[in-house]
Write a protein that binds this ligand. Structure first.
Ligand code: HEC
Length: 173
């Protein structure tokens, strides 16, 4: 081997070693920054219910309010529980309230501020569901009203409920 080619070999081996060392030391790729976590679901408390205002009876339900046929509260409430699906987005599965609407059943509910059941009914028929006011049928408002009354202990399961009789059901504690 000539002196010259020996130098070349030494340089080549050196280069090879250097490459090897460099490869071994190559920094491990930094893991991609973790995708920012989705915001934790807001768990804001239900807003404190304000007093239910006295509202004029909406025309859509005024005819129905003359009805004197009675139905046991439990029967109406069972139907009302189904109709209440229109309300759960803002009042919770069990009416307990969520960040979008106040409690309407149990702790924190304030239904007695409606004064009597007819005004509670009129308020809901006029203003609820808040994003689709008046979208339930008149009889569904009666059913939902009775569902809320029964679950708040404001009527009893076998009470005879009629549309015309709502005004006589006082909600004052
Ligand atoms: C889009 C949200 C939303 C939906 C859906 C909704 N509500 Fe409400 N509800 C509210 C809010 C907010 C209030 C508080 C008063 C207000 O802002 O008008 C309220 C208030 C009430 C109140 C008075 C509570 C109190 O003590 O002041 C009753 C009763 C009620 N809603 C019943 C219902 C019923 C029954 C349904 C379904 C037919 C319904 N709501 C659907 C948002 C909603």
């Amino acid at each position: 081997m000539s002196k010259h080619s020996r130098y070349v070999s030494v340089i080549l081996i050196g280069l090879a070693l250097a490459t090897l060392v460099a490869a071994c030391q190559a920094p491990t790729p930094t893991p991609a920054a973790p995708a920012s976590k989705p915001a934790a679901p807001a768990s804001k408390p239900a807003p404190t219910p304000a007093a239910i205002p006295v509202v004029p009876v909406p025309a859509s339900v005024s005819e129905m309010l003359k009805g004197t046929t009675t139905t046991p509260a439990k029967t109406l409430a069972d139907a009302g529980q189904k109709a209440f699906v229109a309300c759960t987005a803002c009042h919770g599965e069990k009416g307990q309230g969520n960040e979008f609407g106040p409690s309407v059943i149990g702790v924190g509910s304030n239904l007695s501020t409606a004064g009597n059941a007819q005004n509670l009914f009129a308020f809901m028929a006029a203003q609820m569901p808040k994003d689709h006011a008046g979208s339930l049928k008149p009889e569904e408002y009666l059913q939902v009203t009775t569902y809320l009354l029964l679950n708040n202990g404001l009527v009893k399961a076998d009470d005879a409920i009629s549309p015309a009789g709502l005004a006589k059901i006082s909600l004052k504690p």
